[in-house]
Design a protein around this ligand. Structure first.
Ligand code: PMP
Length: 449
């Protein structure tokens, strides 16, 4: 850090990089999810829990590439596994032992996962899980949670970012297009459900059951608020899927990090199919579709053309496989206990800070995930979690003030902890939040207005 400049002012090196990138990228970046204020901060390197930007500033990284880096940056077992694999080959048109190792670990760990297939991203995993459900049921439509993010597949993009202006009635959320020109046929094939609306969800699924292949549900959808499912909601979804022969897909691409056995096990959900990504690749690109053999058999090509062909040039590439195995092997029960303890400590401390300042904030999350809401009452679903303009402004200012304190806090998504973090890091986050609430009373008052 230079002088009294503060962490948040983007340094010269990032500004220069952005100037170059604007010539080759239409908006200066190559993924919409990159945060910018007003331009992005360029990463130079990472080390453990910390990220270093091009200007040499150090930040506690609560983003972890959107919750991927559960062991932080430069995790030694991943480095050595990948380095050694690089020497023997990065990809083959043949299967390798590495894919069996990672598959055995996941199948051995997650209840309900009998068999698995690897792809390269979470989006691809969700796409194939939905196709598998279609091939299994012979139906085309899906139900999904309003506001939930499941990657870049048209059907799951429906109602991903509905607004109060277009989301429709509470009992029948509208299918809202995500981009101009989204085919009407896609909108017709998606039934948005409200998260935690146990009273309505069964009826809504029953109304569309004849055409539903799948119900796609992230047990704790991050962008929809990172809110825990109520037991009644879990039971209602489960009953509806079973009654109508609909494939229940748990998208655990992000939420798998909630426990040794994943998020569904934690919240009592028993899906037919799972999708995984992020942490199972140890920091390299990955995705997976997994679940009951009965449904997964749609991929079975041993007798000729399967019901659902699935390939992919880089699927199960050995670099992602060995990185994932190294990362997941280190994620033993003790590692999860450590993350759980850190997460509980953080949520408790943030709660105390809120109480001390009597500020209209709440905190959601479990295990290594948390999200701060500029809302006095903890939201129960996406609509309640959607910030007003004033609330969104406050969250932007909060993220700025965290950056000044040397902390990267994601805006509008789940923040996460990593195994190299310590109680000192947690205390730093709580103290940055305390400073914000103590000094920005003008802003906080704007919330009450
Ligand atoms: N599903 C969920 C729940 C996710 O959080 C994400 C990524 N944030 C995806 C799917 C898509 O994964 P990817 O970015 O690897 O395509």
């Amino acid at each position: 850090m230079t002088g009294t400049e503060g962490h948040n002012s983007i340094g010269r090196a990032s500004r220069e990089a952005f100037e170059r990138s604007r010539r080759v990228f239409v908006d200066g970046t190559t993924r919409v999810t990159i945060e910018r204020d007003p331009i992005p901060r360029y990463a130079a390197r990472g080390a453990g829990a910390y990220l270093f930007d091009l200007d040499g500033r150090r930040f506690l990284d609560l983003n972890g590439n959107f919750t991927t880096l559960i062991h932080g940056h430069g995790f030694a077992p991943v480095i050595s596994a990948v380095t050694s694999q690089l020497r023997s080959g990065t990809c083959f048109a043949n299967p390798t032992l590495a894919e069996i190792d990672l598959a055995e670990l996941i199948c051995g760990r997650v209840p309900g996962v009998e068999t698995i297939r690897f792809v390269n991203t979470g989006s691809e995993a969700v796409m194939f899980a939905i196709k598998a459900a279609r091939a299994f049921t012979g139906r085309a439509s899906i139900a999904k949670i309003e506001g939930a993010y499941h990657g870049a597949y048209d059907w799951v993009e429906v109602s991903q970012s509905s607004t109060p202006d277009d989301w429709g009635p509470e009992s029948d959320p509208a299918s809202v297009p995500y981009y101009r020109g989204m085919p009407a046929s896609v909108l017709d094939q998606v039934v948005p459900l409200r998260f935690n609306d146990a009273a309505r969800v069964e009826q809504r699924i029953a109304e569309h059951a004849h055409r539903l292949a799948a119900i796609v549900v992230d047990p704790m959808p991050s962008r929809a608020g990172l809110i825990a499912p109520t037991p009644e909601f879990v039971a209602a979804i489960q009953r509806a899927a079973a009654r109508h022969g609909i494939v229940l897909i748990a998208d655990e691409v992000l939420s798998f990090r909630q426990g040794f056995e994943g998020a569904s096990a934690r919240h009592g959900l028993k899906p037919d199919l799972f999708t995984f990504g992020k942490i199972i690749g140890g920091g390299l690109p990955i995705g997976a579709i997994a679940g009951h053999r009965e449904v997964m058999k749609v991929f079975d090509a041993s007798g000729g053309r399967p019901l659902l062909p699935q390939g992919g040039t880089f699927s199960a590439n050995p670099l992602s496989m060995v990185a994932g195995l190294a990362s997941m092997t280190a994620l033993d029960q003790a590692a999860f206990d450590h993350l759980e303890t850190l997460g509980d400590r953080l949520r408790t401390q943030l709660g105390s800070v809120i109480a001390r300042h009597r500020a209209p904030f709440s905190v959601s999350g479990v295990a290594s995930l948390f999200r701060i809401h500029p809302k006095a009452t903890l939201p129960r679903d996406f609509r309640e979690a959607t910030p007003s303009a004033a609330e969104a402004h406050v969250m932007k200012e909060l993220t700025r003030s965290f950056a000044e304190a040397g902390i990267v806090l994601p805006v509008g998504a789940a923040a996460c902890l990593s195994t190299p973090m310590t109680t000192g890091d947690i205390d730093l986050v709580a103290s940055a939040f305390n400073d914000f609430l103590a000094t920005r009373t003008d802003l906080i008052e704007s919330l009450a207005a």
